[in-house]
Design a protein around this ligand. Structure first.
Ligand code: G1P
Ligand code: ZN
Length: 547
């Protein structure tokens, strides 16, 4: 085998954000670009000699080209074996599982998550480590540092492999196994959930059984959903919608929220609604949960799953702890209190849950951005969340709406929404955040509308496992009575800056539990603009997306 060294120059990698390198496809298509990033990863990873690497992606445009190149580069860098999903497909949670199950040293996950795909849209590469989770900050920092000085990448000269046929090939002395993308993941799900109970609930379909609509959004979960929901659990053919992964996701944003999964939402609010509606995103880690006539916010979903998880066999022993990102509502905290366990509050991004899961301090984690998961892998997991809901409903035999009402009657209700202002000029967004933070000393005790500010701070997190500190993780305004506004700039956007404003209002069990969310949050929306001057700084009078 001859290793070829290709001279290159440093490139605009990316300062570590919440999820690897994410840019337009056109940027990735530049000569040396993907190669520089992959080599920067390999230059940082220790112990490649003789090790196994996992490669897979969400099937978006450019996926196959980068996979073929990464395989040649892995061979040149000394890996002994690459496991790659058939057709280049591995959902993010399935990749996490494969890394763990086969003792791989890590994996390259090619995805830009919920961002659109296609020649003019987005692509991304992220590196996951041996525990199956996203690389921690010290590794992403090192990868970024390497991108600023890289001067060569290594490859072998070998033809593209056949990605579509399961089997083993040799590339420059390295073994490449094309594996079934779904089988290991589906087997893992069978160990966690009572498939017989769900199957029994589904039996009869439209003729009286429990019905499901799962929208795979033309993205990676299609094959997983067909196999698990239709084949193994017996939901009717057609239960899975948009179940074929497309390189451009059918020109849609594969983002399971009320804007981009509006068809599903409309169905669930109509007379023709099935019992349960769900969707997942581009790479299969996010989830949307809607019962007939009842949308469940991701923050509530986390709390409701945590309160009922012991009904599924994988969690029958109870939860060790719960973890949520800071902007996620405090609904899960109340469940943790009732269960007598800790609810950890982490910065945004799944990577912060890894240490807690590895240390056995948390079992279930979630983010307001529709990410929920557990210690079964080290990524959030859309199909898993749907299965846990189905398992709970099969045991409790109630509707989603009834379960939600029952939950609020016990714990109170956290009304919640996130307002996103997208593609703001970066300077303006930074000025807004700096001005807001500079005003903090004056904010306490100020009254805005009917709200009185209790405290304002910039969220900083000390990891309880390794002591590492992550500061500047979002600006929080806490009001008397438990309402809250959080301001944060997105770490995953590819154009300008995205300002996220998270609004939360708590009503206890004796409060208003059946109101419309926008009505309950109206005074907070007004206060957000007064406090941060959103319109003054950005010229925007309304958010682009409300979730
Ligand atoms: C967004 C979400 C965050 C999630 C991340 C990756 O990050 O808000 O919860 O972990 O995508 O899916 P952001 O763009 O806000 O930095
Ligand atoms: Zn995703």
């Amino acid at each position: 085998m001859t290793i070829r060294t290709v001279a290159t120059t440093p490139f605009d990698g990316q300062k570590p954000g919440t999820s690897g390198l994410r840019k337009k496809v056109k940027v990735f298509e530049q000569p040396n670009y993907s190669e520089n990033f992959v080599q920067s990863v390999f230059d940082v990873v220790e112990g490649m000699d003789g090790a196994t690497l996992v490669i897979g992606g969400d099937g978006r445009y450019h996926n196959r080209a980068v996979i073929q190149q990464a395989i040649r580069m892995a061979a040149a860098n000394g890996f002994a074996r690459v496991l790659v999903g058939q057709g280049g497909i591995l959902s993010t949670p399935a990749a996490s599982n494969v890394i763990r199950q086969y003792g791989a040293i890590g994996g390259l996950v090619l995805s830009a998550s919920h961002n659109p795909g296609g020649p003019d849209e987005d692509f991304g590469i992220k590196y996951n480590v041996a525990n199956g989770g996203p690389a921690p900050e010290k590794i992403t920092d090192a990868i970024y540092a390497r991108t600023t000085e890289i001067d060569r990448w290594l490859t072998v000269d070998a033809p593209d492999i056949d990605l579509d046929t399961i089997g083993t090939t040799n590339v420059g002395g390295m073994v490449v196994e094309v594996i079934d993308s779904v089988a290991d993941y589906a087997a893992l799900m069978e160990t966690l959930f009572d498939f017989d109970a769900i199957r029994a609930m589904a039996k009869g379909g439209a003729a009286g059984g429990f019905t499901l609509a799962f929208d795979a959004m033309s993205a990676v979960t299609g094959p997983y959903a067909h196999e698990i929901f239709e084949k193994r659990l017996g939901f009717a053919p057609g239960t899975v919608r948009n179940g074929t992964p497309l390189e451009d996701f059918g020109h849609h944003h594969p983002d399971p929220n009320l804007v981009h999964a509006k068809d599903l939402y409309d169905l669930m609010m109509s007379d023709a609604a099935p019992d349960f509606g769900a969707a997942s995103d581009g790479d299969g880690d996010r989830n949307l949960i809607i019962g007939r006539g009842r949308f469940i916010t991701p923050s509530d979903s986390l709390a409701m799953l945590a309160a009922n998880a012991h009904m599924a066999k994988g969690y029958a022993g109870g939860l060790k702890g719960i973890a949520r990102s800071m902007p996620t509502s405090a609904a899960a905290d109340r469940v943790a209190d009732a269960l007598g366990i800790t609810c950890y509050e982490t910065p945004t991004g799944w990577k912060f849950f890894g240490n807690l899961l590895d240390a056995g301090m948390a079992t279930i984690c979630g983010e307001e951005s529709a990410g929920t998961g557990s210690d079964h892998v080290r990524e959030k997991d859309g199909v898993w969340a749907v299965l846990l809901w189905l398992n709970i409903l099969a045991v409790r035999r109630i509707s989603v709406d009834a379960l939600a009402r029952d939950h609020w009657a016990r714990f109170g209700r956290n009304y919640y929404a996130r307002h996103d202002y997208e593609a703001i000029e970066t300077d303006k967004a930074n000025t807004l955040m700096a001005a807001l933070q500079a005003s903090f000393a004056d904010l306490p005790h100020q009254a805005i509308g009917g709200l009185v500010i209790a405290e304002a701070d910039s969220f900083s997190y000390t990891d309880p496992v390794d002591g590492s500190v992550s500061s500047n993780q979002g600006l929080r305004i806490l009001f008397e009575g438990g309402s809250r506004i959080v301001f944060r700039l997105s770490g995953t956007g590819t154009q300008g800056a995205t300002l996220r404003v998270y609004l939360e209002r708590y009503e206890d069990r004796n409060g208003k539990l059946d109101a419309e969310t926008p009505n309950m949050l109206a005074d907070l929306v007004a206060a957000a603009d007064v406090i941060a001057g959103i319109q003054r700084h950005t010229g925007r009078t309304a958010p682009d997306v409300i979730t």
